[in-house]
Design a protein around this ligand. Sequence first.
Ligand code: WT7
Length: 657
Amino acid sequence: MSSEHEIENLSHESRSFAPSAEFSKSAIAQPNIYQDSKANRLEFWADRARELDWSKPFTQTLDWSNAPFAKWFADGELNVSYNCLDRHVEAGFGKRVALFFEGEPGDTKVYTYLDLLIEVKKAANVLLKLGVTAGDRVAIYMPMIPEAIIAMQAVVRIGAVHSVVFGGFSADSLASRIQDAEAKVVITADGGFRKGKASALKPAVDEAIADGKCPSVTNVLVVKRTGQDVAWNSSLDLWWDEEMHVVENEHVAQGFNAEHPLFILYTSGTTGKPKGILHTTGGYLTQAAFTHKNVFDLHAAQDIYWCTADVGWITGHSYVAYGPLANGATQVIYEGTPDSPDWGRWWDIVQKYHVSILYTAPTAIRSFMKIGSSVTKHYDLSSIRVLGSVGESINPEAWMWYREVIGSSKAPIVDTWWQTETGAIMVSPLPGITHTKPGSAQVAIPGIEISVVNDEGQEIQAGHGGYLTITEPWPSMLRGIWGDPERFKETYWSRFEGKYFAGDGAKLDEDGDLWLLGRVDDVMNVSGHRLSTTEIESALVSHPFVAEAAVVGAKDETTGQAVVAFVILRRSQLDHIGSEADTSKILREHVAKEIGAIAKPRTIFVVAELPKTRSGKIMRRLLRDVAEDRPIGDVTTLADTSVMDTITGRLNDGASD
Ligand code: WT7
């Protein structure tokens, strides 16, 4: 969590940027939207839902009688894929480009709405042929290629439920997600291109399901992307292309109940086990589409939209696979990393496709800022008219750089706060209306009610800090944790009665604008991705060298936070353990194997003791002081107050080596 002091200074930033009259005039969201949504919140959402195509119209908007389990538009029926594809083609937009795909090696592919619809229909038929039916789960473990979106759309088209697992997660992480959701089919690729190389994916699937570890899996569909060699299990594996070739082009989408499960997406919590966040059909699509259109000011016929998120994260679900398609947008998707072949790649893409709306994360912006405008100045970025940020608070310096260098000092920036659990944007400026302040996510979007509260759950005064809560149910809210309704209530609804607690600290400034302060629980945010301290600690102690481990998120200039681990080694193993550098390397690799490369600690400190309270709880606050190289804070609650001297003394010794 960022220090209170720093935010104190930030919120006294006096800068604010008014929208230009020209932008406001033609903006999608007009100022009356706030009053309209306040006047009748439920009717406001019902009207937004009616902008979708319902095969059976709903008559009730919200059923909150079994709180916190919400039902939105409960008696209505719709098909998400029909709303994202068929209806645009039927409306005469079949020739509009849906996807401009840019592969990392420079290969490209263009899909119109009609092309995409045909591919999705075929993929739906492939899944049906494999025996997938409504309600079944399908795991998707793919690079950022069009087939990932086609697979997602095809799964939901037949009422099945996808669980997309980010391609950076390890075989073990994939296995536990497949097992938890009991996925019937896994859709993957031989590999994808990253940093100029083919990076394999299929071996992780093979390893995940080997030795009968995932008995639910009856088939693995493999997209050929890189052409690299793959091991083949002829009783399970099928080439995507071959299957797509032999099925019918036609598939008529059927409506599903608004509360029919749509997808599960796993995210880290405060315990060792990731939670399967469950989203359902009608409410999710309603809010994803509404926010995509209004927050990014999407003019579908003119804009070229590019969200840089991978489909493995919620941003890639709501603002790549669903929101933009529901709105008939033309979007760019890019397979690779920003530095491949060099740091000009993103800006080359912006110039080439005339990207007008760009949505990315502060960590990327800070990386580009470090490289400097010597790179960006070679590209024409004048097409950009709206800029979005997501994943963590954007520091005012990065915000200003984003505005001036990428947005030519004119594009409004929308800093969007939301979570895997909220399904869609909850707090954000609206371009054309809001006077934006660098570093603030500002206000709840129309139709959303939030409150910043103190420890007792009372609303705090302007100028103070507290906990961010959501006080009224919203359409795209999670409907639960897969297979664990009790954990859902306990995690989100027990801290403050009747309110959803987001896990974030926040401060309201004198104007009522919101400044996010970071997580207040044991969840870290590394490059806008959520990692659990407990999960990484469990991974570390599962290695025979490690007796005890404590993990903290330490401030990092580029990634926001970085994983820093403190480990106590097992005495019995000391004979096998090499130098500290070797140990650190072995343990970092071990975490990569257990969870994925994103979870690798940046730094591992080998220590003799860990600071604990008398009740045995690790005092991470003190370790964070060490990791961030600050004077150690209050140690009076430590069971043994000399521990911190030992740790810092030890580290200083290490530093002088
Ligand atoms: C956590 C949710 C929402 C998609 C990406 C992350 C942090 C997210 C912001 C923002 C400050 C932010 C919060 C939140 N966060 N956006 N604009 N300003 N913090 O999704 O993995 O579910 O993580 O990301 O801490 O709780 P996620």
